[in-house]
Design a protein around this ligand. Structure first.
Ligand SMILES: [Zn+2]
Length: 406
C-alpha cells in the first residue's frame, strides 16, 4: 500500500464530535451533515458488511468502546453498539483497505485467537486479502522493515501514552469545528454548504510556511504536541489560539468583493481576530499580533498613502481592528451578509473601497470617510456624498493619537 493510500485511509476515520457523520455529495463535493447511517447485524444488504459479518449472528461486547466517525463513501460503519455508535468500521481506497475497531479489547481477542472472535477475524483477513501469518501487532514490531512485507497491521488502541499526556482528540476536534463555525458565523454562511476544511501537514509545503486552499498545507510542527504551533495542544489553543491556522482558514473565507488591493493578507485576519476574541477571549484591540505592528503603524502614519498601506498587511489590519474595537463584531456580520446577497460584483478597486465604506458607514450610522482618509484610503465623491448624512467618525484612540504621543 502506498503511503498516501494509508494516510488517505486513516483520514476517513476520526472520533465522532457531533454524533453525526459527513457524507460527501460526489457531484458538488459539498459535505452535508447527516445522521449516522444505521448498520446492524441484520442488515446484510451491503457487500462489505455481508463479507465481514458472514456466518456471524452476534459479536460480544467488550468494555466501553470509543467512538468512530466515517467520512466519504469509501468508509462504512460495520458494527454498531446499543446506542447506534460504530464500534467497527471499514474503508477502502485504491489498493488500500483498513478495518478499525474502537476498543483495543478486540485486538487482544484476535491476538489470543479467542474462539468467539475467530470467524470475525477470518472474515477481516479475507476482506483485507491478507493471511493470518502476515499480521503484525504494533507491540510486536521491532523493525519498520516488517511493515511493507506485512499485509495487515493491528494497532493497539489502548492509548495509555496519550492519556498520560491528557491528549483528548475529541476536545481538540470540537475546538477546530468551532473555529470554522466562528469564521462562517462572521461571514454569514453555513459550513454545511462548503467542503469540509482540510489541513495537510507536510515536510515540503510549496508556498511559504503555510498556505491556504483546499487543502491548507503547512509544516509538520502543527502536528507536534510540544510545538508552539501545535493544533493538538488544548491548553495552548485555549490560551493563545493558533494565529497561523486561524489566518489560513480566514483566507478560505475571503471574498474578492471586500478584499481590495493590498488586503489579501489583511481581510483574512479579520476572521483571525474574531476567532481569537470569541473562542480564546483575546480582545482584538489588545492582541499581541496587532500590538507588534504598532511601531510600523506609527512609522506609516507619518506619511499615509494607499500605495504604502498596500505593502504592509500589519499596518493594513489597523483600521479593521479599529472598526471591531469601536463597533464590535455585529456590524461586520451585517456588512458581510450584505455582500453574500450581492448580485453585481464591484466593477473595480475604487468601487470595492467605496462599497465597503458606504456599507460599514450605513451599518454603524457614522460617516467613516474621515477614518479611512486618516489611513490614506480615499472614497470616491459619490460614496462620500452617500454617507454625508451621518456624523463623521474619527475616534481618539491609541492609533489616532499615536503621532501626538510619540
Ligand atoms: Zn496569508
Amino acid at each position: 500500500m502506498a503511503l498516501n493510500e494509508i494516510s488517505a485511509l486513516l483520514a476517513v476515520f476520526r472520533q465522532s464530535v457531533h454524533n453525526r457523520d459527513y457524507k460527501a455529495d460526489k457531484k458538488s463535493r459539498k459535505c452535508k451533515w447527516t445522521p449516522w447511517k444505521m448498520a446492524s447485524l441484520a442488515d446484510h444488504k451491503d457487500t462489505w458488511r455481508g463479507e465481514l459479518l458472514r456466518g456471524i449472528s452476534s459479536v460480544p461486547t467488550i468494555g466501553v468502546p470509543g467512538r468512530l466517525a466515517c467520512f466519504e463513501d469509501c468508509a462504512e460503519p460495520i458494527l454498531l453498539d446499543d446506542s447506534g455508535q460504530p464500534v467497527m468500521a471499514a474503508a477502502r481506497i485504491g489498493k488500500g483497505a483498513i478495518i478499525v475497531f474502537s476498543h483495543d479489547g478486540y485486538m487482544e481477542k484476535f491476538k489470543q485467537n479467542d474462539e468467539n472472535f475467530c470467524q470475525l477475524f477470518d472474515n477481516c483477513l479475507a476482506w483485507l486479502n491478507v493471511e493470518r501469518k502476515t499480521v503484525v501487532y504494533d507491540d510486536d514490531i521491532t523493525e519498520a522493515s516488517q511493515l511493507p512485507t506485512s499485509g495487515a497491521l493491528v494497532v493497539d488502541g489502548g492509548g495509555n501514552g496519550l492519556e498520560k499526556d491528557s491528549f483528548n482528540p475529541t476536545e481538540m476536534l470540537v475546538f477546530w469545528d468551532k473555529v470554522v463555525q466562528a469564521h462562517h458565523d462572521l461571514r454569514g454562511t453555513d459550513p454545511s454548504d462548503f467542503p469540509r476544511e482540510r489541513v495537510v501537514a507536510d515536510s515540503q509545503p510549496c508556498a511559504g510556511y503555510m498556505h491556504a486552499g483546499y487543502p491548507i498545507v503547512t509544516h509538520l510542527d502543527i502536528a507536534d504536541k510540544d510545538s508552539d504551533a501545535s493544533v493538538l495542544n488544548m491548553s495552548l489553543l485555549e490560551t493563545k489560539g493558533n494565529w497561523g491556522l486561524f489566518h489560513e482558514l480566514g483566507h478560505n473565507m475571503q471574498r474578492g468583493a471586500w478584499t481590495f488591493e493590498g488586503t489579501t493578507e489583511v481581510t483574512c485576519n479579520i476572521f483571525t481576530l474574531h476567532a481569537m476574541h470569541t473562542l480564546v477571549g483575546i480582545d482584538p484591540w489588545r492582541h499581541p499580533w496587532l500590538r507588534n505592528q504598532w511601531k510600523d503603524i506609527h512609522q506609516y502614519l507619518k506619511k499615509p498613502c494607499y500605495n504604502a498601506w498596500k505593502e504592509n498587511p500589519g499596518v493594513g489590519l489597523g483600521v479593521y481592528a479599529q472598526l471591531a474595537h469601536h463597533f464590535g463584531w455585529e456590524p461586520y456580520k451585517k456588512v458581510f451578509r450584505e455582500y453574500e446577497r450581492d448580485v453585481h460584483p464591484p466593477s473595480d478597486n475604487q468601487d470595492k473601497i467605496d462599497r465597503w465604506v458606504i456599507r460599514f458607514s450605513r451599518t454603524v450610522r457614522r460617516n467613516l470617510v474621515p477614518l479611512f482618509e486618516f489611513w490614506g484610503l480615499s472614497a470616491g465623491e459619490t460614496a462620500k456624498a452617500e454617507v454625508s448624512e451621518f456624523p463623521s467618525f474619527l475616534p481618539k484612540d491609541e492609533i489616532t493619537t499615536m503621532h501626538q504621543s510619540v
